[in-house]
Design a binder for this molecule. Sequence first.
Ligand SMILES: Nc1ncnc2c1ncn2[C@@H]1O[C@H](COP(=O)(O)OP(=O)(O)O)[C@@H](O)[C@H]1O
Ligand SMILES: [Mg+2]
Length: 258
Amino acid sequence: MNIVFWSYKGGSGRSICAANLAIRLSEKKNVGMLDFDFEAPGLHTIFGLPEEEVASRGFLADYFQKRSLTDIHSSVWNIGDLLKEKDGKDRSLFLLPNMDHPAALDEIDWTGNDIITFIQDLFNKVTTIYDLDYLIIDARSGFSAMSAIAIQFVGHVMLFFRPNIQHRSGIARALKIFKDQGVKINIIASQVPDSTAANDFLVESSTLFQQQLDYVLPFDNDFAVGEKLLLNNNECGAISDLFNKMAENIIGGIQIGE
Ligand SMILES: Nc1ncnc2c1ncn2[C@@H]1O[C@H](COP(=O)(O)OP(=O)(O)O)[C@@H](O)[C@H]1O
Ligand SMILES: [Mg+2]
């Protein structure tokens, strides 16, 4: 199953939540991640990969630029092994990172059938090589061919928004598109302050979306600083609990909201 993380605006918590959910899922299932944000990729930073090595081993934009998947495994990082050095726990987690590379990006043609076939092949190839149960795709924010194309081949979209009208209006428009595609949609309110105004805003948002919010991630002072990977439940308790719940629901195939 492919799961894409998307938001209309940046800074929604998409990447850090994708990384933490992947960690939780990978304790029980085989999980791969693709950094599909070609302009401001962040997963290599979040997982602490050395930039020079990511550059020398190659990254997603390189494969798009040359339109070839040959040797793609040489650019994939075994994050499960890296995390095991920290806490000794077994996880099956692989990442194909990305780096911002304007010259490569300018050369990528996002239109036409070739790119569609290429992306299908990419998703299928990494799924097959690593025997993945879940492929998590951290998409670029906003409406672009780049994000539309990533969303086209997924069964499940995680829509992130912060409680403000810019983020929300983008989600409302995206829902009109995604609902027609028949994909499973979860809506996640992120970085929500503990206030009556925020609560009222979310109630109003749910009415506007004509769908319940699936998860509400509270704003957490500790989680806000340093891009935290929650390897255990001792840190940022409420947020950690929500990642557990998300992983449980995904593995159990539970559709919430609606
Ligand atoms: N629930 C939260 N509480 C506090 N800070 C958060 C929360 N979720 C995300 N953040 C912070 O918001 C910032 C942006 O997150 P990021 O995952 O990079 O967003 P995006 O990928 O949508 O641009 C990060 O510094 C992250 O730590
Ligand atoms: Mg991001």
